[in-house]
Design a protein around this ligand. Sequence first.
Ligand code: MRU
Length: 356
Amino acid sequence: MELLTNIAWVGDAETGHLRLLDQTVLPTKEKYLDCKTVQQVWDAIKRLVVRGAPAIGIAAAYGMVVGAQEPPAGSPLAAMAAEDRFQKSADYLATSRPTAVNLFWAIDRMRSLSDHLPAALLAEAQRIHEEDKQMCVAIGSHALEYFKQTVPAFTNDSISPAGVLTHCNAGALATGGIGTATAPMYTAQQQQIPLRIFADETRPLLQGSRLTAFELDAAGLDVTLICDDMAAHVMQQNKIDLIIVGADRIAANGDAANKIGTYNLAVLANYHKIPFFVAAPSSTFDLAIPDGSHIPIEERAASEITKGFGNQTAPDDIKTYSPAFDVTPHELITALITERGVITPPNTQTVATHLA
Ligand code: MRU
């Protein structure tokens, strides 16, 4: 399975740069963006050139290497002390997007190094990147094993492929590896377990159709695209055996923020008695907040609803409200799946024990 390289460091620590696959133009164009300044990294995160909680954290870590490099002579940054420049770039990158806690986790981890010179920072960013790749693999195997034990459609004697629904893109494009929600799908493929995957389109920015359908199809998985408002109907038709999504931030009690529309699916899953799973690495947990009501929810520009991809679909000056994430209460989550295993049922106690 060949995955596109979504995040790469090019060159050495002192003069190299971050190269990002531009996810805003997928699936029709494969274009790469070279980020040579902290401003460019910030802008790439803000505009969703790179997106998905783990990928945002990895990109920010590399962005901090850029921020520690010697600035061009004559630039206003050249007058600053190296440590001040490093801290300023960290503060700035932390303002790019508010919801995915992996961003702040990665920035804190880079800050906590004793050496803030580019070489040490690059080594740490590469460790974060590699660890994320390993975490995806572990999530995939824990999830698949759990499904085999608990979801009838995954048992050996099941005759038809299990139906799996996912939302947004918690795939390879959103991480340093094989994704979080998609990890058990790729792992099932390796084990020759057939799945029938349904990908929600995911309004308004269509990460489900542009990214998830694209990457799963390219990898040879059986994926069917549906519009968000078809999910209930598809569940009613018994086509879905489980739902699995990623997360941008999980509170201490297991409440999970993910792309807007995830909560809808959890409510529908509850009604239809379909297990609902959230897959995320431990870097997505925020134990500093007791529950999901404390998760900052990003609001995006009105134009993403009214003129998506440059095509006007709403009256001029219509009022809009565009939260990019919602919070699924832990009571609606069958299990949280991390690189360490399975948390079920998710609650303050089980989350604390799992992450201890
Ligand atoms: O706005 P996005 O595209 O960054 O939103 C991404 C999601 O909601 C993903 O599901 C989440 O970050 C998990 S990524 C493994």
